[in-house]
Design a protein around this ligand. Structure first.
Ligand code: AR6
Length: 170
């Protein structure tokens, strides 16, 4: 699987599936979640509500992933995952890596071969940027999947530069 670093807005990515850094409620929020629902339109929220009613009445747990349509976005699907809230006193890196791995497993079920990820947990959920990038790259490099191309979409130039540095460090 090819891993590309891209600076930009995930809602503009022309890929089979984009991943949303959602919260357990699946009912939207700020950050990348807000942007996806705003640009994707109400179809995504309707499907999220249906998923809550049918399968996730108690919420989607951190580290899990589930797909909906992508509404008006250029992608075909949105894969919603919930990152862990950062806690210095607890190692939750495994749950953060699960977000990437399980999103790719959902992509495999859908038959998606190109997938774009945001930097999960690195905004409202407070994860230190360098470790969020490290965990993302580790999970993507270790993944066993049919997906051919993943893009890690960095929202700012500074995050992109940091990711490029961490990627070359190995
Ligand atoms: N495209 C790409 N990346 C973006 C975009 C965008 N349009 N918008 C923000 N980012 P966050 P989290 C970056 O807070 O930390 C929501 O309210 C952002 O700069 O979106 O997992 C949810 O509902 C940062 O680098 O997600 C949850 O309640 C990264 O995306 C909570 O926030 C993740 O920041 C999830 O928090």
């Amino acid at each position: 699987m090819r891993i590309e670093l891209v600076q930009g807005d995930i809602t503009e990515q022309h890929v089979d599936a984009i991943v949303n850094a959602a919260n357990s409620s699946l009912l939207g929020g700020s950050g990348v979640d807000g942007a996806i629902h705003r640009r994707g339109g109400p179809a995504i929220l309707e499907e999220c509500r249906a998923l809550r009613a049918s399968r996730y009445g108690r919420g989607l747990p951190p580290g899990h992933a589930v797909a909906t349509t992508a509404g008006n976005l250029p992608a075909r699907w949105v894969i919603h995952t919930v990152g862990p809230v950062y806690r210095e006193e607890e190692d939750l890196g495994g749950i953060l890596r699960d977000c990437y791995t399980r999103s790719l497993a959902v992509a495999d079920e859908l038959g998606a071969t190109t997938v774009a990820f945001p930097l999960i947990s690195a905004g409202a959920y407070g994860w230190p940027h360098d470790d969020a990038i490290f965990q993302a790259l580790t999970a993507l490099r270790d993944a066993v999947t049919q997906v051919e191309e993943t893009r890690l979409v960095l929202f700012s130039g500074a995050l992109y530069t940091l990711a490029a540095e961490i990627a070359t460090r190995g």
